[in-house]
Design a binder for this molecule. Structure first.
Ligand SMILES: Nc1ncnc2c1ncn2[C@@H]1O[C@H](COP(=O)(O)OP(=O)(O)OP(=O)(O)O)[C@@H](O)[C@H]1O
Ligand SMILES: [Mg+2]
Length: 372
């Protein structure tokens, strides 16, 4: 069974501690994505789970079994790397067979597993070729095939698509998702790509500086980031931040003064805020309505992507850049003054001292608003 439990997993390289007590449980069959800035410890954590790296302290259980002393093969884990790591002098078939031969599998069993994996990944036509005779996408499929034939309890992927071009990434992403649905095996997947994280994951784990910032479904993290880090990390372009002050605290929520005589309503637990308190207000670029009222926004420039437009500018008289998203074509001129109004229920509020989100009275939900 492929459920995984990490308890207080700590890793130091000499004097440098890179993982600070990771606690994480992953249920059997889940697709979990690790994201976080470069150097935050994603690959190290993956290698520790695989058994390619020792831990300095803590525990690792797979299917209720302590695996800390076990080799990667004994853990029943298979890992797919960014650099496909195929043996260049071996045919595809031999690359797939090699690990099983080392584990003394019978010839018939090896052939059956290779045939099954090759069919699943549509690499049958290439079985007799050498890796150099394959495209990058085909090579990565072989690398995934090599993991599949091992029939592992857990698959680990470390940025497997980052060497592929955009079209191939989309295609291979869909193939991995399909594979997960078919095999129903636990998969842990590291990526820098927001779209991969949002679309592939049952759960996303956000890491930062060797610590977990938040774990949740993609929409939970997007709609209810628990702190400034997660709010800024997920979502592209990033969430806008405005300085403000709590004006009034009432039953239904609080009102916040961000200037310009246009108080914002936020569904914040009244017990968590007090009048006069300094806050940071977070609003995603897509959560402004452009219209006749709201905050005065001075346009600097815009980027048209065809189906959507990003408008860059500042609030009148201020320096912080604000990004406003509009669907379709929209071409304001530099210097134009627009009025932008945060959509109701889409206002995030943070305590600037500790970076934590103030608790919301009603959980923000992605279906709580109509996308303009
Ligand atoms: N073998 C090692 N010896 C010393 N330090 C290491 C070693 N491996 C990794 N580190 C350090 O551990 C930290 C985490 O590295 P890791 O490769 O896990 O980051 P990452 O999140 O995968 O980054 P990226 O997104 O760039 O792949 C980094 O500071 C890195 O320099
Ligand atoms: Mg890495």
């Amino acid at each position: 069974m492929g459920n995984l439990k990490l308890t207080n997993v700590t890793k130091a390289f000499g004097a440098l501690t890179v993982l600070h007590g990771i606690d994480l449980t992953i249920d059997d069959g889940k697709f979990v994505v690790f994201v976080g800035p470069s150097g935050c410890g994603k690959s190290t954590l993956l290698r520790i789970i695989a058994g390619l790296e020792d831990i300095s302290a803590g525990g690792i259980e797979i299917g209720g079994r302590d695996v800390v002393q076990l080799s990667p093969a004994e853990r029943k884990i298979a890992m797919v790397f960014q650099s496909y790591a195929l043996y260049p002098h071996m045919s595809v078939r031999k690359n797939l067979a090699f690990g099983l031969e080392n584990l003394k599998f019978k010839r018939g069993e090896i052939d059956t597993r290779i045939a099954e994996a090759a069919r699943m990944l549509a690499i049958e036509p290439y079985l007799e070729r050498k890796p150099r005779q394959l495209s990058g996408g085909q090579r990565q499929r072989v690398a995934i095939g090599r993991a599949i034939v091992r029939n592992p309890d857990i698959f680990l992927f470390d940025e497997p698509l980052s060497n592929l071009d955009a079209a191939l990434r989309v295609q291979t992403r869909a193939e991995i998702t399909r594979l997960h649905r078919q095999l129903k095996t636990t998969m842990i997947y590291v990526t820098h790509d927001q779209v991969e994280a949002m679309t592939m994951a049952d759960e996303i784990v956000v890491l930062n500086g060797g610590r977990i910032e938040q774990v949740g479904t993609p929409l939970e993290l997007f709609d209810n980031p628990r702190n400034l880090f997660v709010a800024g990390f997920l979502g592209s372009p990033r969430m806008n931040m405005l300085k403000g002050k709590v004006m009034a605290v009432g039953e239904a929520g609080v009102t916040i003064d961000v200037g310009y005589g246009a108080p914002l309503a936020a569904s914040i637990d009244p017990a968590a805020a007090k009048p006069g308190q300094a806050v940071l207000v977070g609003i995603r670029p897509a959560h402004f309505a452009v219209g006749d009222e709201g905050l005065p926004f001075v346009v600097q420039y815009h980027e048209s992507l065809g189906t959507e437009t990003y408008v860059y500018g500042t609030l009148e008289g201020r320096d912080e850049q604000i990004i406003v998203h509009q669907t379709g074509h929209f071409a304001p001129r530099s210097g134009d003054l627009l009025r932008i109004m945060p959509l109701s229920g889409r206002v995030h509020v943070f305590d600037p001292d500790n970076g934590l989100a103030l608790p919301q009275t009603v959980s923000q939900r992605s279906d709580a608003y109509e996308h303009a």
